[in-house]
Design a binder for this molecule. Structure first.
Ligand code: ADP
Ligand code: ZN
Ligand code: ZN
Length: 736
C-alpha cells in the first residue's frame, strides 16, 4: 500500500502546493492541516504548512522527498484562520505559501517551538501609588511611565510600555531602586479575571445604546455594522461597552487600528475600563514579543488584542467580535508583497468565525457606504458629539486674493494671533515634509529633478543636499543654476519645515513643535512631543497627517489646512474621497474639549463644487454625489479592478511582458473583463526602473477572478517575466 501524500504550502513565490512523504515513523494520515513541517527544498531546508493529506500525487512516488520533522503536535492555525488564509491566497492571487508564512511571527516561520514565555508585568508598589504627579516633576519620562502604570492595576508588560518609551527598562530599574515599582512574574494561568475598573462605563445616549444593543443582539453570528459618527461622537465608548459584553461571555475580541492609531491614550482608556492585561501588536515589538502575543491569544490567554493591520492574522481560541476603527484608513491596505486589505479581509474573517464586526469611522469609505445601500451592512449613526458642543465652523481663505508667504496667508496669521491670545493652541496641517518641494531657476526654468525618478527633489532646511522622497537619492544643492549659470535659484512651495521657520519669525515668544516623519524619526520622540503638547508648553503644532489621527488635544481651538488644493486636484480617482476624509479628521481636532473651535482652509479653488458639502460637515451629501459619479463612470465600488505593475531597467521589457499578458487574456476571451493598457505608470521612472501597468476592470467580481487565475499561472512561466519585477494588486487603492 502506498503512503499518504502530504500537500504542503512553502514560503516560495509560486502559486502551487508541493507534495512530500510523511516523516519517517509518522502516520501521515493522522496529521491535521495547519501543522508546520520542516522539509528539504532544493539544497535548503524550509518550514512549510500542511494543507491537506492526499492519497495520490501527480509526481512519481519514488521521486517524492520525505518531510524531515513534524514541528507541531496540534495545528497552529484555527480552522477559521486557516480558511481565511486560503481565501486570501485565492482572492488576492498571492502564492499560498507566502500568505501562510506572512501570518506567522518570524520565530515560528523559522521553525521554533510554539511555546509561550509569559512576560513579566510591571506595576506600582503601594509607595509608588502614593506618589503625586508633581513628585516626579523633575523626571518627565518617569512621570509619563508612572501615570500609565497608575491606570493599569494588574500591571503592564514591557511590550506595552514600549508604546510610551523606546527603552523603558532603564527607567523602570531606576524606579524599582526607589521601591516605586515592582516586577511580577507573568501570569501562570490565563488572566480571566477582570481587575479593578478605574473608569466605569458612561450612561450611553440613545444612539450609542442602539449601537451596543444591535451588536449584542447579534453575538454568535456574522453581521457587519457600520458605526458612522464624527470624531468625538462616542464611537470608542460603543466599542468599549460592546467589548465588555463579549468579555463577559468569556469570548475574545480583536480590534484593528490604523498604523498610527495605537496611541498611549487609547491604550490607557482600555486599561482604565477593563483592568486586564491587553494584547498589543504594533511595530515597536521585537519578534519574541510578537510571538508571545500571537501564541497567548491563540491559547485564549489574552482576551483582547489591539493591533495594526497584521494583527488580523492572529489565531483566536474563542473570537467573539471584531472591531475595525477608522475603517476608511489607507494603512489597512498592504502596499507591497501580499497586497491584502485588512478591513475587507476582516469582514471575511468575521463571516468565517460567525461573529459580528463593527466598522467605525467619521468618514466611511465609499465601499462601506455602498454596502449599506445594498443591504449588506447595517448602519448606526451617532449624530451628537458626546459631552460637548456643535462641530466647529469651517471657513475658506481665498489664496488668490490673499497670497500666502511661506505657506501662511495674512488672515491666517491674524487668526493664529487671536487664538493664542485666548491662551489656546493652534494646529496647522500640511501634508508635505521638508523645507520646499521644488528648487527652480527663475531665469531659464530649470528644476532640480531626481536622476532616477520622474520626481522633484525636496529641499531641507540647513542641509546642503536635496532628497528624493521616492528613492531616497541625494544631490547637493547647487549654488548656480546647472543649466544657465544664474544665481537666482528659488525654493518654491512650502513644506512643514519652512512653515515652522516662518512661524518662529512671526511668533518669537511662543513654543512651536513640528510633527512629521522627520521630526519623530528617533524612537520615543513622538511621545515626547505629544507630552509637550499636552502639558501646554507648545502652543503651535505644525504637522503632516501624523497629527490628524487619534490624538485628543483639548486646548486646540484653531485648526488650519494650509494646502487645501492638494486633494482637490489629485489625478487619483480616490483623491477627492481621501481629501474629504482627511479634512473631517483634521477638523475633528478642533474644539474637542470644553472650548469651541474653528477650522480654516487655505485654497486657490474656493468654488470647487465639492467644497460646500464639506464646509457644512455634510459627509453624507458629499458621499452621495461621489458615489453617483463613480457609478456614472464605472469605477469602484460599482466595478472591480486589478492592476498588474511591471518594472524593468529597459522599459520595453516591462511593456512587452504586460502586452503578452494582455494578449493572453484576449486569447482566453475573458468575458466581461476590460483591459486598459499596458501604459506607462503615472510616475514612469522610479529608482532608475521604468514602470508600466495593465489594468483589468470588470462589472462582476467573479469574471475578474476567472480571468486572473490562469493569467497568473501563465505569467509565472513566462520568459519575458524574468527580466521584469512584476506584481498583481487586486482592489488597488492607488493606481500608480
Ligand atoms: P470617538 O471615538 O467617536 O471619537 P469617544 O468615544 O472617544 O468618541 O468619545 C468622545 C468623548 O466623549 C470622550 O472623552 C468620552 O469619554 C466621552 N463620552 C463618550 N460617550 C459618552 C457618554 N455617553 N456620556 C458622556 N461622555 C461620553
Ligand atoms: Zn537657469
Ligand atoms: Zn528618486
Amino acid at each position: 500500500m502506498s503512503e499518504p501524500i502530504l500537500r504542503v504550502a512553502l514560503p516560495v513565490p509560486l502559486r502551487r502546493l508541493f507534495d512530500y512523504l510523511p516523516p519517517a515513523g509518522c502516520d501521515g494520515a493522522a496529521l491535521l492541516p495547519g501543522v508546520r513541517l520542516r522539509l528539504p527544498f532544493g539544497r535548503r531546508q524550509v518550514v512549510g504548512v500542511l494543507m491537506a493529506v492526499a492519497i495520490t500525487s501527480t509526481v512519481d512516488q519514488k521521486r517524492l522527498k520525505r518531510v524531515v520533522e513534524l514541528l507541531d503536535a496540534a495545528p497552529l492555525f484555527t480552522p477559521p484562520l486557516f480558511s481565511l488564509l486560503q481565501w486570501a491566497a485565492g482572492y488576492y492571487h498571492h502564492p499560498i505559501g507566502e500568505v501562510f508564512a506572512s501570518a506567522l511571527p518570524l520565530r515560528l516561520r523559522q521553525g521554533e517551538r510554539a511555546v509561550v514565555d509569559r512576560p513579566e508585568l510591571w506595576r506600582l508598589t503601594p509607595s509608588g501609588e502614593a506618589l503625586q504627579w508633581s513628585d516626579l516633576g523633575r523626571a518627565p519620562q518617569q512621570q509619563l511611565l508612572w501615570s500609565h502604570l497608575r491606570h493599569a492595576p494588574s500591571g503592564l508588560t514591557l511590550a506595552a510600555l514600549k508604546l510610551l518609551h523606546p527603552r523603558p527598562l532603564s527607567l523602570l530599574r531606576a524606579m524599582e531602586r526607589r521601591a516605586w515599582v515592582e516586577v511580577q512574574p507573568g501570569h501562570p494561568e490565563p488572566a480571566t479575571t477582570i481587575g479593578e475598573v478605574q473608569s466605569p462605563p458612561y450612561l450611553l445616549n440613545s444612539e450609542q445604546q442602539q449601537a451596543v444593543e444591535t451588536i449584542c443582539a447579534r453575538l454568535g453570528r456574522f453581521q457587519p455594522l457600520l458605526l458612522h459618527g464624527v470624531t468625538g461622537s462616542g464611537k470608542t465608548e460603543v466599542y468599549l461597552q460592546a467589548i465588555a459584553a463579549v468579555l463577559e461571555r468569556g469570548e475574545q475580541v480583536l480590534m484593528l487600528v490604523p498604523e498610527i492609531g495605537l496611541t498611549p491614550q487609547l491604550v490607557d482608556r482600555f486599561y482604565c475600563r477593563f483592568g486586564i492585561e491587553l494584547g498589543l501588536s504594533h511595530s515597536g515589538l521585537n519578534d519574541r514579543e510578537r510571538t508571545e502575543v500571537w501564541l497567548r491569544v491563540a491559547q485564549g490567554e489574552l482576551p483582547l488584542l489591539i493591533g495594526t493591520r497584521s494583527a488580523l492574522f492572529t489565531p483566536f481560541a474563542r473570537l467573539g467580535l471584531i472591531v475595525v476603527d477608522e475603517e476608511h484608513d489607507g494603512s489597512y491596505k498592504q502596499q507591497d508583497h501580499f497586497r491584502y486589505h485588512a478591513r475587507d479581509s476582516a469582514i471575511k474573517r468575521a463571516q468565517l468565525e460567525g461573529v459580528p464586526i463593527v466598522l467605525g469611522s467619521a468618514s466611511p469609505s465609499l465601499e462601506s457606504l455602498y454596502n449599506v445601500q445594498r443591504g449588506h451592512f447595517l448602519i448606526q449613526r451617532l449624530h451628537e458629539r458626546a459631552g460637548v458642543a456643535t462641530p466647529p465652523p469651517i471657513h475658506l481663505i481665498d489664496l488668490r486674493q490673499q497670497p500666502a508667504e511661506n505657506g501662511l496667508s495674512p488672515p491666517l496669521l491674524t487668526g493664529i494671533r487671536h487664538h493664542l491670545r485666548q491662551g489656546n493652541q493652534v494646529l496647522l496641517f500640511l501634508n508635505r515634509r521638508g523645507y520646499a518641494p521644488t528648487l527652480l531657476c527663475h531665469r531659464c526654468g530649470w528644476v532640480a529633478n531626481c536622476h532616477h525618478c520622474d520626481a522633484r527633489l525636496t529641499l531641507y532646511a540647513g542641509r546642503s543636499d536635496m532628497i528624493c522622497h521616492h528613492c531616497g537619492d541625494r544631490q547637493r544643492v547647487p549654488l548656480l543654476c546647472p543649466q544657465c549659470g544664474d544665481r537666482g535659484l528659488k525654493a518654491l512651495g512650502s513644506g512643514t519645515e519652512r512653515v515652522e521657520l516662518a512661524l518662529e519669525q512671526h511668533f518669537s515668544d511662543v513654543e512651536i513643535v513640528r510633527i512629521d516623519r522627520d521630526s519623530t524619526r528617533r524612537k520615543g520622540s513622538f511621545s515626547a512631543i505629544l507630552e509637550q503638547i499636552h502639558s501646554g508648553r507648545a502652543q503651535i503644532l505644525v504637522g503632516t497627517q501624523m497629527v490628524a489621527k487619534g490624538h485628543h488635544f483639548p486646548d486646540v481651538t484653531l485648526v488650519a489646512i494650509l494646502n487645501g488644493d492638494q486633494g482637490l486636484f489629485s489625478v487619483d480617482f480616490r483623491g477627492m474621497e481621501k481629501m474629504a476624509q482627511q479634512l473631517l479628521q483634521v477638523a475633528g481636532r478642533a474644539g474637542r474639549g470644553e472650548k469651541a473651535g474653528e477650522v480654516v482652509i487655505q485654497t486657490h479653488a474656493p468654488d470647487h463644487p465639492q467644497l460646500p458639502h464639506l464646509l457644512r460637515h455634510d459627509y453624507d451629501a458629499f458621499a452621495v454625489e461621489a458615489l453617483a459619479e463613480r457609478q456614472e463612470v464605472g469605477l469602484p465600488p460599482y466595478t472591480h479592478l486589478a492592476l498588474f505593475r511591471a518594472e524593468a531597467e529597459q522599459g520595453e521589457d516591462a511593456a512587452r511582458f504586460l502586452q503578452q499578458l494582455a494578449d493572453a487574456a484576449v486569447d482566453a476571451g475573458c468575458a466581461g473583463v476590460e483591459l486598459l493598457g499596458p501604459i506607462p505608470a503615472p510616475m514612469e521612472r522610479r529608482g532608475g526602473l521604468l514602470r508600466y501597468q495593465l489594468l483589468l476592470q470588470a462589472g462582476e467580481r467573479a469574471a475578474l477572478h476567472r480571468a486572473l487565475a490562469p493569467l497568473l499561472l501563465w505569467a509565472e512561466t513566462l520568459k519575458s517575466g524574468r527580466k521584469v519585477r512584476w506584481s498583481l494588486d487586486v482592489d488597488p487603492v492607488d493606481l500608480y
